[in-house]
Design a protein around this ligand. Structure first.
Ligand code: UGA
Length: 430
């Protein structure tokens, strides 16, 4: 099929590239001309700076533009509105307009209304669908080709049939998997779910907010474990073995960051209060997450006493491992507070350093974690990178001024660290 993708950010690029890989002809466009200039035609995917060309090329148009939060927490939908105007102006034949950006409830219905209004002169009738993505950063291509579910919110059955056809290679596993070099290991099949547009939009928010809530729940359990003298990993592991609960997203520590969870939880709180629904558990989710940094600093102050003038190694800046994304990363807040308290910060991260450097030029940055640990009075672990998990602490211990590790991601076994002669603090395992 011929498909268009508008917006070549993270969602748009992954969607475009994966749909081309699955066998479709894809044309991508973006208002950022540099982004388009740096891409070039490869196989079934092409890029154009002319939105009109992209709009006319596809039978279905995927809208993947940004919906950043405004100061009020509400999502800014002006980019989607602009695309609706462009589609109305440029498309001479009816299109299936697929909303892929994460949007608040009822956006699809508004989009449909706007498209009809903007197309009143041409008389062309476009259809709208909502197709939320569940891609994680760092594993987006894997997630695209191996989804648990593909959700399509539609107004009429023909739109659902068209989307099923678009996703048929993935549903029937007939694509050549780029992640597994051809053959994927056997796994469960994706469910194709047809819902209303409103439900589809809610599914995305409800899923992300639930995962955030699960993390905050595990973090409160960790605090409780510390007070009672239990081990959070023993508790969450046993909880997770109950199939009704599941073991994922129960890792306690510094809490969630990134561009999705903090933003989506906020938008969901905003939406529920706007329609008069009490969603206080989500406010608590957010509060618990913010308090993780306070808890971390309680540990830092307890262990290090005075922070001013101390040399502190910060291991990890990205909001999670395997990404260079530092947006809303807990580590940034940690670095900011350390600097405010007068510490000398020696930070390291396999990918997140350049962006952090631009925000906090007063800190020192090292590619090599052992250099970051040189002469440090304490090491703080903020991101769960594999290189940190595998760090040689005997070697690090010799480099550090004081053998003190405060682990915000529970990467190491307390006993093993103590046997190596470290003072070691983590979450929920004292
Ligand atoms: C998340 C969702 O997992 C995706 O399904 C969704 O499509 C995406 O948001 C989105 O809305 O676009 P992502 O933000 O890439 O994906 O990151 P996650 O892997 O979900 O991790 C989020 C944060 O939670 C990270 O800071 C991570 O360190 C933290 N986390 C995760 C924990 O603190 N504990 C856990 O047990 C799991």
């Amino acid at each position: 099929m011929r498909l268009s993708v508008i917006g070549c950010g993270y969602v748009g690029l992954v969607t475009g590239a994966c749909l081309a890989e699955a066998g479709h002809e894809v044309v991508c466009t973006d208002i950022d001309r540099e982004r388009i200039a740096s891409a070039h035609k490869a196989g079934r995917i092409s890029y154009t700076a002319d939105a009109g060309d992209a709009i006319r090329a596809g039978d279905a148009i995927f809208i993947c533009v940004g919906t950043p939060p405004k100061d009020s927490g509400e999502a800014d939908l002006s980019a989607i509105d602009n695309v609706a105007r462009q589609i109305a102006a440029e498309a001479k034949t009816p299109k299936l307009v697929v909303e892929k950006s994460t949007v608040p409830a009822r956006t699809g219905l508004e989009l449909s209304r706007a498209l009809s209004a903007y197309s009143k002169n041409s008389g062309v009738k476009h259809r709208v669908a909502s197709n939320p993505e569940f891609l994680r950063e760092g594993t987006a291509v894997f997630d695209f080709f191996h989804p648990d579910r593909i959700v399509v919110g539609v107004e009429d059955p023909s739109a659902a049939a068209e989307l099923r056809e678009i996703y048929r290679p993935i549903l029937e596993k007939t694509f050549r998997c780029p992640v597994h070099n051809g053959t994927c290991p056997p796994g469960h099949k994706a469910e194709f779910l047809v819902t209303t547009i409103n439900s589809a939009e809610l599914i995305k928010h409800a899923s992300n907010s639930f995962l955030a809530l699960k993390i905050s729940y595990a973090n409160v359990i960790a605090d409780l474990c510390e007070k009672i003298g239990a081990n959070v990993e023993e508790v969450t592991h046993a909880m997770g073995l109950d199939a009704r609960i599941g073991g994922q997203f129960l890792k306690a520590g510094l809490g969630y960051g990134g561009f999705c969870f903090p933003k989506d939880v906020q938008a969901f709180i905003h939406l529920s209060s706007k329609v008069g629904v009490d969603f206080d558990i989500l406010k608590a989710t957010e509060r618990v997450n913010k308090q993780r940094i306070d808890r971390f600093f309680e540990k830092i102050h307890q262990a290090l006493w005075v922070v001013k003038g101390k040399r502190v190694a910060v291991l990890g800046l990205a909001f999670k491992a395997n990404t260079d994304d530092i947006r809303f990363a807990p580590a940034l807040e940690v670095v900011k507070r350390l600097l405010e308290e007068g510490a000398f910060v020696q930070a390291t991260d396999p990918e997140g350093t350049p962006r952090t450097k631009a925000l906090f030029p007063q800190a020192q940055y090292h590619e090599d974690p052992y250099q970051a640990l040189q002469d440090a009075d304490a090491a703080l672990v903020c991101t769960e990178w594999e290189v940190f998990r595998k760090l040689d602490w005997d070697r690090a211990g010799k480099l550090m001024a004081r053998k003190l590790v405060i682990d915000g991601r529970n990467l190491y076994t307390p006993q093993a660290m103590r046997e190596k002669g470290f003072e070691y603090y983590s979450f929920g395992r004292e």
